[in-house]
Ligand binder design. Structure first.
Ligand SMILES: [Zn+2]
Length: 342
């Protein structure tokens, strides 16, 4: 038998809790919505989408896909925001391909003002920033490049949070060999491998990120996927301690959090005011319920994914069994304050 074919079934007899409804209403602060036209990765009529959100008690969803261009932003505002303004927030973005000279930061800030006037309620920065985004000379733009200061400052002045994803799982920056814990995932997605060189090292990106957040205390940054470094909650927690303007979402990382339940639980308790719920998965009742089970129960050793083969690595997770006051903040309290939801 090849190791690839090995699919052991745990013989552990432990409690299995079915969580139908979250203990408190939920705001999903990190997701991607698909238009029912135009080649998005999933599409359904808006009434169907709202049914899913209702069934999972998700009151509001932050749609980050407006950040893929101003045309797309307008489409998402027209389609989702206009149909149910109290259920959706759409974030705008930066068109890096328009970088022509050293004044790009000011131009991006101007575009952000325009996007806000259309109804964008935040700024989404995608992971090419720090990895592949280049300036007019073809040089890689560092995450803490001062030429972009006007952009971050303007987001702060407008009261728009910046939801930012830089780097990726640490293993994506390491050689694809027998020691790489995401070997299967990288096999399925070779374009997710960022060896250095030519890419910057993981910690180069993360140190730039920490500088960026510290340099703009008036701007709120939400570090996607547990501050972009779920493997190292001590690092993320230290940056949160240093920077009151730094928040994190937990999207697409219950796999990481749930394999270090003691550390993760402590992290949630210590930073309860700055952790946001987010799924980063096409809205699906079963996946929301899995996240609720992870946050609410003390169930042990269960799959973090609905897929047959766990996509991020062959391990299981443990529930965090968070107290009600922490859950209420993570599920909606923090997002409400941050996203100015009344
Ligand atoms: Zn995402």
């Amino acid at each position: 038998m090849l190791l690839n074919d090995f699919q052991p079934r745990p013989r552990l007899e432990v409690k299995q809790t079915r969580v139908e409804q979250p203990r408190f209403p939920v705001i999903d602060a990190h997701n991607h919505l698909s238009l029912p036209f135009g080649g998005d990765w999933d599409s359904r009529p808006i009434a169907q989408l709202l049914d899913v959100l209702d069934a999972a008690n998700v009151r509001l969803i932050v749609d980050l896909d407006g950040g893929w261009g101003e045309h797309k932003l307008q489409q998402h505002l027209d389609h989702f925001k206009a149909a149910a303004p109290e259920r959706f927030q759409i974030f705008g973005g930066v068109d890096w391909s328009a970088w022509r000279d050293d004044r790009f930061g000011e131009q991006a800030a101007d575009r952000l003002r325009v996007q806000a006037s259309w109804g964008a309620q935040g700024l989404k920065i995608w992971k090419p920033f720090g990895l592949t985004v280049r300036d007019q000379r073809g040089d890689l733009v560092a995450v803490d490049d001062p030429r972009l200061d006007p952009l971050w400052q303007t987001a702060g002045e407008l009261g728009l949070p910046v939801l930012i994803h830089v780097a990726d799982p640490v293993a994506f920056f390491e050689p694809i060999d027998q020691h790489n814990e995401r070997w299967e995932e990288l096999g399925a997605h070779p374009d997710w491998h960022f060896p250095s060189p030519p890419f910057p090292a993981f910690m180069t990106i993360m140190n730039g990120f920490a500088n960026l957040v510290a340099r703009h205390p008036q701007t709120t940054f939400i570090g996607a996927h547990v501050g972009c470094y779920a493997e190292n909650l001590a690092w993320v927690g230290a940056l949160m301690d240093r920077c009151p303007n730094f928040y994190v979402d937990i999207s697409a990382r219950i796999s990481e959090l749930g394999r270090q339940p003691t550390t993760a639980r402590r992290f949630f308790m210590q930073h309860a005011d700055r952790v946001l719920f987010g799924a980063d998965a096409s809205p699906n009742v079963d996946y929301y319920r899995l996240m609720y089970r992870f946050l609410e129960t003390d169930d042990e050793y269960f799959p973090y994914s609905l897929r047959e083969t766990p996509p991020q690595g062959r391990w299981n997770i443990y529930g965090l069994h968070l107290a009600d006051d922490v859950l209420a903040k993570v599920y909606h309290g923090n997002a409400k304050r941050l996203l100015s939801i009344v």
